[in-house]
Design a protein around this ligand. Structure first.
Ligand SMILES: C[S@@+](CC[C@H](N)C(=O)[O-])C[C@H]1O[C@@H](n2cnc3c(N)ncnc32)[C@H](O)[C@@H]1O
Length: 247
């Protein structure tokens, strides 16, 4: 499969592409990077996929996962390709099985890695291990280059608690709430920077980046998902709402 460009504007591009093909087509900057920050919500482990689907099937089977799980090797291959291509922060939303693989791989590649941050719904009885018919919860593993500019970034949260009324999904099974993605984008990037999500699903990271004044590029290996992302970024209103708080 090669990369097919579905949407391109001044501030966003969306491809139907595997992450490997996406990396081949993105323009390299003078320092050989392609983006300022990588914020990715790649597939979870086999264990979580199985538990998710078993729970979904017992509830009528409408939301089984339509893409394959990732292994430690998938994480390693992905990081080895994308770390040299990224100038700033790395955020991976993942499960308890793969979180140590993301952290260990980034550490080996020279990044400073933080302990994983829990991302949970406010007021829920959180089942943090992702084993079954749980309310939604996940981990964000975060890393940065070991340079002074990133060490002085400022105070960062130890967890993300998604408030009631913000549990919306993206149209892709496993999709994330916009609220969470906006917080991650705001915490780990600066306005105007280029955020990349090479496994963008329904395009939540890209949407969050655009709504917070960043630029965004993303791709997904599944056409159906990439089309949802393209639709979200290309054809819907993605500015901040006119009367948004603080605007
Ligand atoms: C958890 S979902 C992302 C959901 C997204 N964050 C959202 O809110 O809609 C993971 C995505 O990774 C995609 N994916 C899996 N392997 C991939 C690969 N090798 N290259 C690009 N995308 C891939 C899947 O098709 C799926 O859409």
């Amino acid at each position: 499969m090669s990369a097919e460009l579905l949407v391109e504007r001044d501030d966003v591009a969306v491809y139907h592409a595997s992450w490997a093909d996406l990396l081949k087509v993105l323009p390299r900057r003078e320092d050989n990077t392609v983006c300022d920050a990588l914020i990715v919500d790649a597939p979870y482990s086999e264990r979580t996929h199985r538990a998710h689907d078993a729970a979904s099937e017992s509830a009528g089977g409408r939301r089984v996962l339509d893409y394959g799980a990732w292994s430690t090797d998938c994480v390693r291959e992905f990081c080895e390709a994308w770390v040299p291509a990224t100038r700033g922060w790395f955020v991976s939303i993942t499960d308890h099985v793969l979180a140590p693989s993301w952290a260990a791989t980034w550490e080996r590649l020279g990044l400073y890695v933080f302990s994983p941050l829990a991302c949970v719904q406010s007021g829920s009885r959180v089942r943090i291990l992702g084993d079954g018919p749980a309310q939604w919860s996940t981990w964000a593993v975060v890393a940065r280059p070991r340079t002074a500019a990133f060490a002085k970034w400022g105070a960062l949260p130890g967890a993300y608690v998604v408030p009631p009324g913000h549990y919306d999904r993206s149209g892709v099974v496993g999709g994330k709430p916009l609220w969470l993605m906006e917080r991650l984008v705001e915490d780990y990037t600066r306005p105007g920077e280029l955020v990349c999500d090479p496994c963008c699903g329904g395009g939540r990271t890209l949407e969050a980046a655009l709504r917070t004044g960043r630029r965004a590029v993303g791709g997904d290996a599944m056409r159906e998902h990439a089309e949802i992302a393209a639709d979200r970024c290309g054809r819907r209103m993605i500015q901040r709402p006119l009367f948004a708080e603080g605007s």
